[in-house]
Design a protein around this ligand. Structure first.
Ligand code: NDP
Length: 613
């Protein structure tokens, strides 16, 4: 008779690591990094720090303040806003106003132009509306400039530049009950109105800075990676940073952003100092040009099928074919229900909960061992290689894939400053202190990421005032409440595009945004066709949705055994309010997308009321 132990070995192959030792090491690495201040360790980019979020790419065009009306206003011109605008146009809406803080469309890809920036989910799944625009990306993983251009092309294709206001930040959003519309005030003095408002601000859009002592004293050149200063560094997002040839450069942070820009910095700078608190896990990227004949091989409807195939595989469902076949699907095949199903088949019975947990844990150790061994193999200096090895489970942090990052540490001018979990000690006028040593720097770059887990109004930069003067921040004081993450009771004709309280954060966020765009466009078009003025979710439907999600308990992150990061609220306990802000559909993203497609197609829009003012 086959035993679970035999199946475990058979499924994982040789187990040439000591699981007990790794468990102890993982917990020790976590403990080193736990701190009481959690998210409070970061400073908000306001006041003295607001210059960190100025737009370095364009000078805002002079224009008069606007006091006009649009049928629909979409706040945000990134993928979420573009998908929304596109679907509204397809539904026949002509009077749309796009409002965007950046000087152009693109959102994340407008701001994040750092050298080496590229998408890390396959471009054929990640870039939205490829079929609509009849466009095939040049590589399996597209570079930033191509993604930005694709965003602009979506805006052109759907005529979204018409009536758009760029370099414009919303400062106030208020429902006018008597007029039955929203008033939108901006930092350009506008006081516009719109019957319907869609907030498409993006989940990780507000840069954050580490609250390191003395951060304000630094006298050299400094910027955040999402506001790259090419006037200073020279070059562009493809590299060629000639301005750094005589400079000593420091970069704080080693997350997904730093992983992509460090190779370019190392290549260009006279000397580069990478200040590391926790190493990322770096697996194989294997980017390559789109093969000849790829476009011809595709059948209509191919992009959605591919996105769906990817989403199914990375969330543990079975698919006969792996269309994407990359690092993500490889990890997930081994670390999700797919592995459990394979083991269960071999065993001839279902795994117990404990057996399943053991299988997942062992598979994770094994995967991370290959990542650690890759660092060992690539990096010449064994001490540096050791420092670059991640000792935590794969999904404690965003997995990274890169073919030049580890290699960058073999450049003589690139120095890894491993702070062993402590981070940078302090900053002074001339540089950075770490491990008791001072590093004099001409330029200090913050690759310190974006706010996650802070309040919605703080991240979007404005509060929303609904019926009877109720502030959204007050309504959500005990956590987010919504139907599908889109509609909020007391906030008629307002929609939110985002993953929370829907499918939740998945590997390919544009998939969430695609579904949300279709759903919201269908609701707004239904209201228009029915000749009604107001759409609102009932309190009962909202309560029922939140209760369903809470009962399911499927939230994003929160694994206390993980090394801290934004995936687990920086290792802090999660309050009820925070839990609500991270809830997703109980049966997971695949089931949610099925559910919402049926809900939309049904035509009843259950839970919403459509009324004539
Ligand atoms: P992250 O939040 O992932 O990384 C921030 C980094 O700053 C971490 O390495 C963190 O260390 C470090 N840090 C913070 N405080 C200190 C300190 N006091 N001293 C030293 N180091 C410090 O931000 P990123 O911008 O890298 O990535 C954010 C997210 O954006 C990614 O997770 C991903 O979702 C997305 N992204 C996607 C890309 C793509 O698809 N191509 C590319 C880039 C980003 P620690 O880990 O110890 O907290």
């Amino acid at each position: 008779m086959t035993t679970f132990e035999e199946v475990l070995y058979d499924t994982l192959g040789d187990i040439d690591f000591d699981a007990a030792e790794l468990k102890v090491r993982y917990l020790a690495e976590r403990d080193k990094r736990l701190r009481n201040d959690g998210n409070e360790q970061y400073v908000e980019v306001t006041g003295d720090f607001s210059s960190y979020v100025d737009d370095p790419y364009v000078e805002p065009e002079e224009r008069d303040a606007l006091f006009d009306h649009a049928d629909v206003a979409v706040i945000g011109g990134g993928f979420a806003g573009l998908l929304m605008g596109g679907r509204l146009r397809e539904s026949g809406f002509t009077d749309i106003r796009m409002i965007e803080k950046g000087g152009d469309f693109g959102g994340t890809w407008y701001w994040n132009r750092y050298p080496g920036a590229m998408c890390d989910v396959e471009s054929y799944c990640y870039l939205p509306m490829l079929e609509e625009l009849d466009y095939i990306p040049k590589h399996k993983y597209s570079y930033a400039s191509e993604i930005m251009e694709h965003s602009r092309n979506i805006a052109r294709h759907y005529d979204l530049y018409r009536n758009a206001v760029l370099s414009t930040e919303v400062t106030h959003l208020e429902w006018d009950e008597a007029a039955g519309h929203w008033t939108i005030e901006t930092d350009r003095g506008d006081q516009m109105t719109a019957r319907v408002v869609v907030s498409a601000a993006g989940p990780l859009s507000r840069p954050k800075l580490p609250g390191i002592d003395g951060i304000n004293d630094y006298g050299g050149h400094t910027f955040h990676t999402s506001r790259w200063d090419y006037d200073y560094t020279g070059g562009d997002s493809n590299g060629g940073l000639a301005g750094l040839a005589d400079k000593r450069v420091g970069i704080i942070g080693t997350g997904a952003t730093a992983v992509q820009c460090v190779p370019h910095l190392g290549h260009a700078a006279k000397e580069l100092f990478v200040f590391q608190r926790t190493p990322s896990s770096i697996d194989v990227r294997n980017n390559r040009p789109t093969p000849p004949g790829f476009a011809e091989s595709l059948e209509p409807g191919w992009q959605y099928r591919r996105m769906d195939n990817f989403n199914q595989l990375v969330t543990g469902a079975h698919q006969d074919e792996d269309l994407v076949n990359d690092g993500w699907t490889d990890i997930m095949r081994n670390l999700t229900g797919i592995a459990a199903k394979t083991a269960s088949k071999k065993l001839g019975r279902r795994l117990t909960r404990e057996e399943r947990a053991e299988l997942m844990e062992m598979a994770d150790y094994r995967k991370m061992e290959t990542v650690r061994r890759r660092a060992q193999k690539i990096v010449d200096d064994p001490n540096v290689a050791e420092s670059l090895k991640p000792y935590y489970r794969q999904f404690c942090k965003r997995p990274c894939f890169h073919d030049e990052y580890l290699q960058a540490y073999n450049e003589p001018g690139t120095h890894l400053i491993d702070t062993d979990g402590r981070g940078v000690e302090r900053i002074d006028a001339t540089g950075v202190w770490a491990n008791g040593e001072h590093y004099e720097l001409d330029c200090l770059i913050f690759a310190s990421g974006f706010e996650v887990g802070t309040s919605y109004d703080r991240r979007s930069g404005f509060d929303t005032i609904g019926r009877d003067g109720v502030l959204l921040s007050d309504y959500w004081a005990d956590g987010m409440r919504s139907l599908h993450g889109m509609n909020v009771h007391g906030f008629p004709n307002a929609f939110i595009v985002g993953p929370t309280q829907g499918a939740n954060l998945i590997s390919n966020i544009p998939h969430n945004l695609t579904e949300a765009g279709e759903t919201i466009a269908a609701i707004v078009a239904h209201a228009q066709a029915s000749g009604v003025d107001e759409v609102e979710v009932t309190r009962g439907a909202e309560d029922a949705w939140v209760a369903l999600l809470e009962a399911g308990g499927r939230s994003f992150g929160g694994d206390a055994s993980c090394t801290p990061g934004y995936y687990n609220n920086e290792g802090q306990e999660i309050s009820t309010a925070q839990l609500r802000n991270t809830l997703g559909y109980p049966d997971g993203p695949v089931a949610y997308f099925d559910y919402i497609a049926r809900w939309r197609a049904d035509g009843d829009f259950a839970g919403l009321t459509f009324t004539q003012a």
